[in-house]
Ligand binder design. Structure first.
Ligand code: GLC
Length: 550
C-alpha cells in the first residue's frame, strides 16, 4: 500500500490557472491563493507543469535554467511559500522534469554550439550530414526536420521537438550527473514527486536509421524515437543515484510506450518508475499522419484499451488513469457531448476517471466541465505545435478548411484557455487581457456558479472523490468489463474480498436498455441523474455506481 496509489492527482497548467500579478499569465502566487479550492476537491497531489526559467517557446517545456523560476511565474521565494502552504494543507507537490531536451538558450547549449572543443559540445547530439544533406529523414514531433544546422560548428543538432529544444546526449555520463543534481536540488527542498517529460525518448538509437515512408506516426514514435537501447539502464541509474533516496512518486510520460513495453518501465522488481502516462486511448483517433489526420472514434477499442492496461498491471506495476491533459483537447468535447448533454457527459467521464484501478489524474477545469475553445480563426491559436502544423499544411497544399476543422478539434490550446473561476471579465482568471483568450462560455461554466449548485459537475466530482476514498475496492479491487462488445455502454465490475461494485456508463445520446438482473442485490451509490430511475434502462450519458448489499 502506497500513498500515491490511494491518492488523486490534480494537474495545473500554471500559465492558465490564476494570475495574481496582473500580467495576464498565471503564476505561483496564484496557485497559492487557490490552494483551498484545490484542497476542497479532495485531491492529494498537485502536478504543476514547468515553471522554470524558460524562453517559453513551448510554454516552459524549453528550460534555460533548471534551478531557477521563470520571472513570469514568480521566484524561488514564491516557490518556497507555495510548497510550505501545500504541505500545511496536506497536499503533495509533483514537479515536471524536462530532461530529454533543454532550451537553446540554456547556457550549456549556448556554449556547446560555439565550438566542438567546448566540454558542453558533447551534452547534445551532433551529426555532420553528407554533402549539405540532413543526417537522416527524422521529423520533429512539431513539424519539419528534426535536424537544425549550426553554422559555428558546421554540424546539425537533433531536436525531436522545436528547433529551440535541442535533445540532450544521455550517452554522456556528465549529462546524466547534471540531471541527477537537478533532481536532487528539488527533492531536497521537499518536493514529493516528479512527472518526467517524454522520458521514453532519452536513449537514442545511435544508427539513426531513416524511417520508411509508409510507416504510421504512432509506430515511428515507438520504433524510432522512443524505447532506445539504454533507456532502462538510464532510468535505473537515476533511480539508484537519486530517486531511491526519497519517499516520492515518479510518473514517466511515455510517447511510444504501449502494452508490449509498458511493464518494463514500472515493474517494481526493476526499480525504475512508479507509473507511466501512456497514450493509447488519447491517440485512438489519430490517423496515419497523426492528430491532424483524424479517424473516427472507436468505442469498443476505447474500452478494450482500459481493459488491456488494467490486465497488464494486474500482478506487477501500477496504472495511472487520465482522460486528458494540457496536450489534448477537453475531455467532454472529445469523449462526451459538450452540447445538449454537457453536464451529464462531464459527470459520466468523472465517474470513469474515479472508478478504474490506478491513480487518477484530474486536469484543471475538467472538474467544472470546461470545453474546447473552437476559435474561428487561426490567429487566435498560440501553441507552437498547432502553428507549425498549420504552416506545414499550407506548404503541403492540404485542404485548409478540413485542416482547420482538425485544429479546432485537436489543438492543445483547447485545454490551455484560462481557468474559469467566475463570471467576471476574463473568467476571473486575470484583471488584464490573458495570454490566450478565455472561452466565452465562462459566464455559465465557472467555479463560483458550480460551488453554489449542489448538483453541479464540481460537486459531483467532490462526491465521487469522497466515495473513492471511502472504498478501497475502487482503488485496489479487480476489474472486469462486463460487456466488451456493447457499442454504447461501458459497464464493469470492481471487486475484492470486502465489496463488489458495478459501474454502468452510457456513452450515447440515447436511452439504452440494460440487463437489470445482474444488479438485483445491489444498491445505487451515486448517479448523474436525479430523477427516479428505472433499473432496466440508462438515460443518455447516464452513469451509475452500484454496490453489492451485504
Ligand atoms: C510533453 C509535454 C508537452 C511538450 C513536449 C515537449 O509531451 O507534455 O507539452 O510540448 O513534451 O517537451
Amino acid at each position: 500500500m502506497k500513498w500515491w496509489k490511494e491518492g488523486i492527482i490534480y494537474q495545473i497548467y500554471p500559465r492558465s490557472f490564476f494570475d495574481s500579478s496582473g500580467n495576464g499569465i498565471g503564476d505561483l502566487n496564484g496557485i497559492s491563493k487557490k490552494l483551498h479550492y484545490i484542497k476542497s476537491l479532495g485531491v492529494d497531489m498537485v502536478w504543476i507543469c514547468p515553471f522554470y526559467k524558460s524562453p517559453n517557446k513551448d510554454n516552459g517545456y524549453d528550460i534555460s535554467d533548471y534551478k531557477d523560476i521563470s520571472k513570469i511565474f514568480g521566484d524561488l521565494n514564491s516557490f518556497d511559500i507555495l510548497l510550505k502552504k501545500m504541505h500545511s494543507l496536506g497536499l503533495k507537490l509533483i514537479m515536471d522534469l524536462v530532461v530529454n531536451h533543454t532550451s537553446d538558450k540554456h547556457s550549456w547549449f549556448k556554449k556547446a554550439r560555439k565550438s566542438k572543443e567546448s566540454k558542453f559540445h558533447d551534452y547534445y547530439i551532433w551529426k555532420e550530414g553528407e554533402k549539405g544533406k540532413k543526417p537522416n529523414n527524422w521529423k520533429s514531433v512539431f513539424s519539419g526536420s528534426a535536424w537544425k544546422w549550426n553554422e559555428q560548428t558546421k554540424e546539425y543538432f537533433l531536436h525531436l521537438y522545436t528547433e529551440n529544444q535541442p535533445d540532450l546526449n544521455w550517452e554522456n555520463p556528465i549529462v546524466r550527473k547534471e540531471v541527477y543534481s537537478i533532481i536532487d536540488f528539488w527533492l531536497s527542498k521537499g518536493v514529493d514527486g516528479i512527472r518526467m517529460d517524454v522520458i521514453s525518448l532519452i536513449s537514442k538509437r545511435l544508427d539513426f536509421k531513416n524511417i520508411p515512408n509508409n510507416i504510421i506516426f504512432i509506430d515511428v514514435m515507438e520504433k524510432y524515437y522512443a524505447n532506445g537501447p539504454r533507456v532502462h539502464e538510464y532510468i535505473k541509474e537515476m533511480n539508484k543515484k537519486v530517486l531511491s533516496k526519497y519517499d516520492i512518486v515518479t510518473i514517466g510520460e511515455g510517447p511510444g510506450i504501449n502494452l508490449n513495453n509498458g511493464l518494463n518501465y514500472v515493474n517494481e522488481d526493476e526499480n525504475e518508475l512508479n507509473m507511466i502516462f501512456h497514450f493509447d486511448h488519447l491517440t485512438i483517433d489519430f490517423g496515419k499522419e497523426g492528430k491532424y489526420d483524424p479517424i473516427p472514434f472507436d468505442f469498443i477499442k476505447f474500452k478494450k484499451i482500459f481493459s488491456n492496461w488494467d490486465k497488464l498491471f494486474s500482478k506487477r506495476g501500477w496504472n495511472s488513469i487520465f482522460l486528458g491533459n494540457h496536450d489534448f483537447s477537453r475531455i467532454v468535447s472529445r469523449f462526451g457531448n459538450d452540447n445538449e448533454f454537457h453536464e451529464e457527459s462531464s459527470k459520466l467521464l468523472a465517474t470513469l476517471l474515479m472508478t478504474l484501478r490506478g491513480t487518477p489524474s484530474l486536469y484543471q477545469g475538467d472538474e467544472i466541465g470546461m470545453t474546447n475553445i473552437n476559435y474561428n480563426n487561426i490567429s487566435f491559436y498560440d501553441d507552437v505545435e498547432t502553428i507549425n502544423a498549420w504552416k506545414e499544411a499550407i506548404d503541403n497544399k492540404k485542404n485548409m478548411k478540413k485542416f482547420f476543422e482538425a485544429i479546432q478539434k485537436q489543438s492543445r490550446d483547447n485545454a490551455r484557455t484560462p481557468m474559469q473561476w467566475d463570471n467576471k471579465k476574463n473568467a476571473g482568471f486575470s484583471k488584464v487581457e490573458p495570454w490566450i483568450k478565455a472561452n466565452d462560455n465562462y459566464k455559465k461554466i465557472n467555479v463560483k456558479n458550480q460551488e453554489k449548485d449542489l448538483d453541479s459537475i464540481l460537486n459531483y466530482y467532490k462526491l465521487l472523490i469522497k466515495i473513492r476514498k471511502e472504498n478501497s475496492t475502487l482503488v485496489y479491487g479487480k476489474y472486469e468489463d462486463l460487456d466488451p462488445m456493447h457499442t454504447k455502454i461501458f459497464s464493469y465490475k470492481r471487486w475484492d474480498k470486502n465489496d463488489v461494485f458495478i459501474i454502468h456508463l452510457n456513452f450515447s445520446n440515447c436511452l439504452v436498455e440494460i440487463n437489470s438482473s445482474e444488479i438485483k442485490d445491489y444498491k445505487l451509490v451515486i448517479s448523474n441523474y436525479t430523477f427516479a430511475k428505472k433499473r432496466n434502462n440508462l438515460n443518455p450519458w447516464e452513469a451509475r455506481i452500484y454496490k453489492l448489499i451485504k
